[in-house]
Design a protein around this ligand. Structure first.
Ligand code: HAM
Length: 419
C-alpha cells in the first residue's frame, strides 16, 4: 500500500526550504522592526472558540472546520483555521490585558481549513500575521496596513492592490446590513443556495461568497459609506490620511466586508493579479469587540495575516542559494573510516558543517557525492594518510589538493571556509 499526502496538503522538500526560510526571515526582520514579538499557540483549540469568534454563518465555521476526535470521546477540538481567536484567548488567559495592556504580537505557522483544494487554496496552509491588542487608534490601523505593505516590499513583491473599507461600529454595521438587505432582496433568487440561506442569518456573508455568479452580482452593487456614523466616518478618514501621508496607494471598496464575524471598523485586503482566482495575498482588520466577546474588558485590536504559500507564488522567481555543507570526508578502509569519524565529530564541534559516507565506496564515488552536495572542501583519508598522519585536503572549486597534518587540519579548514 502506497500512502500519499492528504488532499490539499503539501510536503515542503529540502530544496524548497531555503526559500521558505528566506521569506520567513525577511518577514521576521520587518515585524521585529515594528516592535512585534512572536507568540506560539497550539495547533488545535476548543471548537467553541472559533464558533464564537468567527460566527456560525462564516464559511470557516459552517463548512471548513477540521475537528479533532480522541478515540471514544466526543469531539471538542478543532485544528485552528486561523490564529486571531487563539491569540485573543491567550492574551486573556495569561492576563496580558492586565500585565501589559497593549501588545504587538506576531505568529508564523500552519492553519487548517477543509476547503476544496485548488491553486493557492490548501487544506493545510501557513499564515504569517500580526495582532496588536489593547488599542483603538487610527495611528495603529495605519501602522498595521503600512507594515503589511512593507513586508511585501521587503520580499520584492510589486504590483499588488490594497483595498480598504470601514464597517464602522455595531450600529453602523446594523445600518449597513439594512442597506444591503434592501439592495439585494430583489436579486436574491439569482444568488447561490448558500447565500439565500445566509440572507437572514448574516447578510455580510453574501458579499464574500466565492461563487462566481454571486461575485458578479456583488460587483454590480452601488454602495456608499453613508451607513457610517460621523465618528466612524472621521476615524476611517484619519486612517486614510495617514496612508496618504506615507504615499501608500489604496482604494476604498464599499463591498469589502471580510468573511469573519469579529471584524469592526477598518478592514483591508491585499490582492495580486498574478495569483488567479485565489488572489488575496493577505487580509486583516480591526476587531474591537472580540476581547469582550471572549470574556475580557472591551479593548480595541487589529491584525492581519498573509498566506505564506501565496507570498511564494507572487515573489520574483530568484532561487536562493541552497544551504551548503562545507566539508565532505571521504575515507577508504576501516582505519580511515574511524579517523574520519573522529574528525567529523571535531569539525562539527567546531561549528563546521560536515558529512561523510557510511557505505564503502571508491574515492571517485565519494567525490561525486561531495559534488552533489556542493561542498567546498573534501578531506581524503586512505591507508597512506593514516600511516603518515597527513590528510589530503581538496578544494572543490579549484580542484587543487595538498597534504595537511592531522593536528593542523581543523585550523586549516576553518581558515579556508572563512575566506
Ligand atoms: P483570512 O483572509 O481568512 O484572514 O486569511 C488570510 C490569508 O490567508 C488570505 O488572504 C490568504 O492569503 C491565506 N489563506 C486563507 N485560506 C487559505 C487556504 N485555504 N489556502 C491558502 N491560503 C489561504 C484570517 O485568517 C484573519 N485571521 C486575518 C486577521 C488577523 N485579521 C485580523 N487579524
Amino acid at each position: 500500500m502506497k500512502f500519499t499526502t492528504p488532499r490539499g496538503t503539501k510536503d515542503i522538500l529540502p530544496e524548497e526550504i531555503p526559500l521558505w526560510n528566506q521569506v520567513e526571515e525577511t518577514c521576521r526582520r520587518q515585524l521585529g522592526l515594528y516592535g512585534y514579538r512572536e507568540i506560539r499557540t497550539p495547533l488545535f483549540e476548543e471548537s467553541a472558540l472559533f464558533v464564537r469568534s468567527l460566527g456560525t454563518a462564516s464559511d470557516i465555521v459552517s463548512k471548513q472546520m477540521l475537528n479533532v476526535a480522541t478515540a471514544g470521546k466526543e469531539e471538542r477540538y478543532s485544528l485552528r483555521p486561523e490564529a486571531t481567536a487563539a491569540i485573543v484567548r491567550a492574551y486573556l488567559e495569561h492576563n496580558l490585558d492586565k500585565k501589559e495592556g497593549f501588545v504587538r504580537l506576531f505568529y508564523v505557522g500552519p492553519m487548517f481549513r477543509g476547503e476544496r483544494p485548488q491553486k493557492g487554496r490548501l487544506r493545510q496552509f501557513h499564515h504569517i500575521g500580526v495582532e496588536a491588542i489593547g488599542l483603538t487608534s487610527p495611528w495603529l490601523d495605519a501602522e498595521i496596513i503600512i507594515l503589511a505593505v512593507r513586508v511585501l516590499e521587503a520580499l520584492g513583491i510589486s504590483g499588488f492592490n490594497l483595498k480598504m473599507n470601514s464597517l464602522g461600529c455595531e450600529k453602523d454595521e446594523a445600518r449597513l446590513a439594512q442597506v444591503l438587505k434592501e439592495s439585494l432582496k430583489d436579486k436574491l433568487p439569482e444568488f447561490c443556495a448558500d447565500c439565500q440561506a445566509r440572507f437572514d442569518k448574516n447578510i455580510f456573508r453574501l458579499l464574500d461568497c466565492k461563487e462566481n455568479s454571486c461575485r458578479q452580482l456583488v460587483a454590480k452593487l452601488n454602495l456608499t459609506d453613508k451607513y457610517l456614523c460621523p465618528e466612524c466616518g472621521d476615524y476611517f478618514n484619519a486612517v486614510q490620511e495617514k496612508l496618504k501621508l506615507l504615499k501608500i496607494p489604496f482604494t476604498v471598496s464599499n463591498t469589502l466586508v471580510r468573511g469573519l464575524d469579529y471584524y469592526t471598523h477598518t478592514v483591508f485586503e491585499i490582492s495580486h493579479p498574478d495569483l488567479g482566482a485565489q488572489d488575496a495575498l493577505g487580509a486583516g482588520g480591526r476587531y474591537d469587540n472580540l476581547v469582550k466577546e471572549l470574556g475580557g474588558e472591551a479593548k480595541g485590536a487589529m491584525g492581519f495575516a498573509f498566506g505564506f504559500e501565496r507570498l511564494l507564488l507572487a515573489m520574483p522567481k530568484a532561487k536562493p542559494q541552497p544551504a551548503q555543507t562545507a566539508v565532505f570526508i571521504a575515507c577508504l578502509g576501516e582505519p580511515a573510516q574511524q579517523s574520519g569519524f573522529l574528525l567529523l565529530d571535531d569539525l562539527r564541534k567546531n561549528g563546521i558543517s560536515s558529512t561523510m559516507a557510511y557505505t564503502p565506496l571508491s574515492f571517485k564515488s565519494q567525490l561525486r557525492q561531495a559534488d552533489d552536495l556542493n561542498t567546498k572542501l573534501v578531506v581524503l583519508i586512505g591507508d597512506e594518510e593514516i600511516r603518515d598522519q597527513q590528510f589530503t585536503l581538496k578544494d572543490m572549486s579549484t580542484g587543487t589538493q595538498e597534504k595537511i597534518s592531522a593536528q593542523a587540519i581543523i585550523e586549516e579548514i576553518a581558515k579556508r571556509i572563512a575566506k
